[in-house]
Design a protein around this ligand. Sequence first.
Ligand code: PMP
Length: 343
Amino acid sequence: MNDPKSALPPVAGSALDLIGRTPMLEVRNLDIGPCRLFLKLENQNPGGSIKDRVARSMIEAAEADGSLRPGGTIIEATAGNTGLGLAQVATLKGYKLILVVPDKMAREKILHLRAMGVDVRLTRSDVGKGHPEYYQDMAQTLAQSIPGAIYVNQFANPANPLAHETGTGPEILAQMDGDVDAVVVGVGSGGTLTGVGRYMAAHSPKTQMVLADPVGSILCDYVATGTYGEAGSWIVEGIGEDFIPDNAQMDLVRKAYSISDRESVDTARLLLRKEGVLAGSSSGTLLAAALRYCREQTEAKRVVTLVCDTGAKYLTKMFNDMWLAAHGFDQRELHGDLRDLIA
Ligand code: PMP
């Protein structure tokens, strides 16, 4: 007789012990050309996103170097998921948390943060780096004005890519039995790209890092030309940039795809209908790029991409036909097998 407990993880002593070791799912029902495509389900972290890993890593690094003392205040600029991860760690470890969040972010994320007792300061989404109301500038100024406060700064904090170099990267290679041809990632802070990319460079040099970037972000241009101009805007949350974060080691990128909001939304909806995975908007961008990459191959490649967060946070936005119509999505032409899926 099989012992039903033998395949189950042990009882955890803290939600923090449930971070990482996320499952891998093979895609079965999408057109992936000659390839095999696998999804690492980061939405299954306890806070619902890939950012749980870096929240724990950055707080533990600040504790270790003495900058964060018991009862101290943590301040961060975040689109939401890093904030949720930080809220979980801060609550369990007894720190105060102030988050500066751009006002374009999903209400579900903000309500979730408020429910966790976080002091959320909303700021403008329509201003760029250097403006006092830009979310990162605002967080930095705030940290300087509060004694004992630390500004986490996921965009430059080395404990961010380190969490992926020691966690996400090794897990991917192990789950793929050491055989991965490409990993498709997005860049928000650059932590995933840099951490997974460094690990693959050291342990699986054949693995190509592929960038999925929203149209409007400057990162694709930067990969192609080494320079960039003014950023546009996009509705996908958590990825795409108007600058190159210190944590984004862009020379790790071998190939880059610029993905429209339309394609990201359609692909996230397709993932839900065809594979049963309710994923967030950035996962739509990553999967769209992964599908393009797979279909371009002439040989069978083993490709991995990430489901960065759960789509439950976006039910009132990209999974809502009324919201899509209000944002002009119904006026654009649908293509291929997506036509019948968007009523
Ligand atoms: N997807 C989502 C939903 C995110 O919140 C983030 C982080 N901002 C990313 C992807 C990008 O990850 P990274 O910060 O490691 O570049």
